[in-house]
Design a protein around this ligand. Structure first.
Ligand SMILES: [Mg+2]
Length: 185
């Protein structure tokens, strides 16, 4: 494992299946909210999101939300899902991930992280010894900070695709993280 390079990249959270997680031996997923499950401006999950979490629960895979966003946002999003929420998580610091594993009675080998950012979600997962799954941002913010962050992620993404060639997925990643100003106004 090289720090910053995720173990897996998927097209979106819906492409991550209970069968895949089970095959890895994952019992608990430390899941990001913003831009992983829903864009920032979507306050509550829709039926598609609800059905995906239900399919995970049915397969015996537990999920918790670990979000760097504030608890009002995370709690409202979680209201109908009923997961355990760790807000203000300060990823890539691992305190919230440690609490989530302890609360679940599990160890890092049982866990995976799922998120859209290398410098928060992937690094926190790797520092904690979890398997790491990255998805492209659903809809990035367009400010300088986010564009700079996506620029700095590029070498890590390139390294992943050298190890796991997938031209279509690579092009899709690029389409979701480049020229955001033109795309989203
Ligand atoms: Mg995110």
């Amino acid at each position: 494992m090289s720090f910053g390079v995720p173990d897996y990249i998927f097209r979106d959270y819906l492409s991550v299946t209970p069968e895949f997680l089970t095959s890895l031996g994952v019992k608990l997923v430390i899941c990001d909210i913003d831009n992983t499950i829903a864009p920032y401006e979507v306050a509550e999950p829709d039926e598609v999101i609800g059905a995906w979490f239900a399919s995970m629960k049915a397969a015996g895979i537990r999920f918790v939300f670990v979000s760097n966003n504030h608890s009002e946002r995370a709690d409202l999003f979680n209201k109908t899902l009923g997961l355990t929420v760790y807000a203000n998580a300060k990823k890539p610091l691992t305190g919230a991930l440690t609490r989530a594993l302890t609360d679940a009675g599990l160890t890092p080998k049982d866990g995976a992280s799922l998120g859209d950012q290398i410098f928060t979600d992937v690094l926190a997962g790797q520092f904690k010894g979890l398997k790491t799954i990255l998805v492209p941002p659903i809809k990035d913010k367009t400010n300088f900070f986010f564009r700079a962050k996506r620029f700095l992620e590029r070498p890590f993404i390139a390294s992943y695709f050298r190890k796991h060639p997938d031209d279509e997925l690579k092009a899709y990643w690029n389409s979701k993280t480049r020229n955001l100003k033109e795309k989203h106004g």
